[in-house]
Design a protein around this ligand. Structure first.
Ligand SMILES: [Zn+2]
Length: 82
């Protein structure tokens, strides 16, 4: 028997351990180039979970459409508003 630990924010279905699911997060991080290691390293600063979707609901979304929506949502900063 599967043990649910989350609910889908779209359909309300239980998401159990072992199930695939999608998290949409606002993840704030800072990147630095570390010359000694010749690579970029990322420092997490903060993360807020916006939505959790079961695999079925998540697969119904067009990822490119979601990206377009994010780019088109008006903000208070006129330089970032399209
Ligand atoms: Zn769902």
């Amino acid at each position: 028997m599967k043990t649910p630990f989350l609910d889908c924010d779209r359909c309300g279905k239980n998401i159990s351990f072992g199930d695939a699911f999608v998290s949409i997060n606002r993840f704030i991080e800072q990147a630095e180039f570390i010359a000694a290691r010749n690579r970029v390293e990322y420092q997490p600063i903060d993360s807020i979970q916006i939505a959790t979707l079961c695999a079925r609901c998540a697969n119904l979304f067009d990822v490119q459409a979601l990206a377009k929506i994010i780019k088109s949502v008006p903000t208070e900063d006129p330089e970032t508003t399209l």
